[in-house]
Structures are given as C-alpha cells and as structure tokens.
Design a protein around this ligand. Structure first.
Ligand SMILES: C[S@@+](CC[C@H](N)C(=O)[O-])C[C@H]1O[C@@H](n2cnc3c(N)ncnc32)[C@H](O)[C@@H]1O
Length: 263
C-alpha cells in the first residue's frame, strides 16, 4: 500500500519538494550538519540509504566518493533516481526495500541514512526490529542518521492558528497515526520526538546529537508563499541561522536530524 501511495508522487516529487525553496534550504541544512560533524570526512564510506526517494542524497554521497546502496519501497521513486544517476554518469546501486524488511539485507555499512521523513512512515511496533537489524548491518562505530518530522513544529501550529483550522493545531503531537496528504493520497504517518527515538534505540544505539532542520524554514506546503515574499524569505533564513544550532529546538522544527551510534 505504501508503495502505491509513493509511486504516484514520484514524477512530481522533485518539482514539488526537492527543487523548491524549502526543499533546497532544508536539504542544505542537513548537508551542513553532515559536514560540521565530519560524518562524511573519512575515506570512502559504505552507506546504506533508506527511503532514498528520487536519489538526491544518493547522488550527493556518490559524488563525494562514497559507495552507496540506495533503497526505497517505491519502484517509481527509484526509477526517477536511476534516471538522475545516469544523467550524472554515476554508478549507484538502487534496490527496492521496505524499511521494515532490513533482514533481507546483507553486507556491513559505516552509515545508514534516512532523509526527510521515511522513518515517520514506520509505526512504533516496527522500531525495535529497525534498530536491531540496523545494528546487525553496521560496522563497529557505525552510525544511523535519520531526518524525521518533529512533533511540535511551531510554524505549522501558528499557520493553522492563523487559518483558524483549530482541529489541526497539535496534530503531530497526538501519539497516534496521522493521515498526511501526499499527491492526493493519505499516507499514515507517525511523529516521534528525539527523546522517544533515543528511548526506542536504547538497547542498540546511543544518541550522539540531534539538531533542528526547519526551525525558520517552514514546512514544504508553505514554500511558495515564503519564496514569493522577500521579507518572509529573509526572515526564514535568518531564523534558521539563529536558532538552527540548538538541540533545544529540534522537536519544534519541521524536521530534525538525529545521529545514533552503535553500542
Ligand atoms: C518524503 S520522501 C523522502 C525521499 C528522500 N529521502 C529525500 O530526501 O528526498 C519519503 C520516501 O520514503 C519512502 N518510503 C515510505 N515508506 C517506506 C518504507 N516503509 N520503506 C522504504 N521507503 C519508504 C517513499 O517511497 C518516499 O520515497
């Protein structure tokens, strides 16, 4: 079911997210953290990417000289990713994989990476297996880095308040499945705070750090409005710079990046 939902979003995904103001700026923040924390600094890493979508990050990592196995549940997303890799004359190993089926994977990786909410498609009962299988697939000192949607995005709540859409205020923070619109379909989504992730990961991973992504840059459905307004756009970028380094704000941003290290 999840596959069909995302298949229908594949062709327009880059246009509606990756190449928008929000998509570009939030991804840039993710790369800034990978850089600042020297995650990609050591010589060629072996990277397993989960929910790679249209391959933006797989291509970035490959261009930096790392070996990438990039996976997604959606064949149509992978098709877009393959086209992109071919255009860039890059060799990336793209494979269909449901995050819930990590037991199907072999090999060992230095880094398991999941960007922009793939892990929010995983319900609470599936996390134990995700962590135990990720641990099995990792080299010593291996890291699992996820970028997840947070529970208390302040910009989203303010936006719903201004629209007087009161039923949606705090929708991410209800500790139950939330149905989110993706290209006309409703996708079951679960939101987790960094401390909830840390708790679930505890037997297998320690949290090393987490940081907000999108504390000034808004959620993607506001991209057009902000991009068209010079003042809003500058304010978004400024706020991101001012608040984006403090882990205190991770759970109040649109997303957060969290780094877990194998125990
Ligand atoms: C918001 S997109 C993020 C794509 C990509 N990581 C990026 O940075 O642009 C979410 C992706 O998660 C994938 N996905 C959803 N549920 C999944 C699952 N159970 N296993 C693997 N991939 C999944 C979707 O097909 C989609 O490509």
């Amino acid at each position: 079911m999840a596959q069909a939902l995302f298949d229908s979003a594949a062709i327009s995904y880059d246009q509606e997210f990756s190449h928008t103001f929000v998509g570009r700026e939030q991804r840039k923040r993710v790369y800034d953290w990978l850089e600042k924390k020297k995650i990609l600094a050591s010589s060629p890493l072996s990277i397993l990417e989960l929910n790679c979508g249209t391959g933006m990050d797989a291509i970035y990592f490959t261009q930096k000289g790392h070996r990438v196995v990039a996976t997604d549940i959606s064949n149509a997303m992978l098709e877009q990713a393959r086209i992109k890799a071919n255009k860039n004359l890059l060799q990336v190993d793209f494979q269909v994989l449901d995050i819930k089926n990590l037991h199907q994977m072999e090999d060992r990786y230095d880094l398991i990476f999941s960007n922009f909410g793939g892990l929010n498609c995983i319900e609470p009962s599936d996390w134990k297996k995700l962590f135990s299988e990720s641990q099995r697939l990792m080299q010593k000192n291996g890291k699992l880095i996820g970028v997840l949607m947070s529970k208390k995005c302040w910009i989203e709540n303010l936006y719903f308040l201004f629209r007087a859409d009161f039923s949606k205020i705090g929708r991410r923070n209800r500790n139950k499945e939330c149905l989110v619109h993706v290209n006309g379909s409703l996708v079951p989504t679960w939101y987790y705070s960094p401390s909830e992730v840390a708790q679930m990961a505890n037997p297998y991973f320690n949290v090393r750090w987490h940081k907000p992504i999108g504390i000034g840059i808004p959620p993607s459905y506001l991209s057009n409005r902000v991009e068209k307004n010079r003042i809003l756009k500058s304010m978004a970028i400024l706020l991101e710079k001012l608040l984006g380094s403090s882990s205190l704000f991770s759970n109040f941003a649109d997303h957060y990046i969290i780094c877990l290290e194998k125990k």
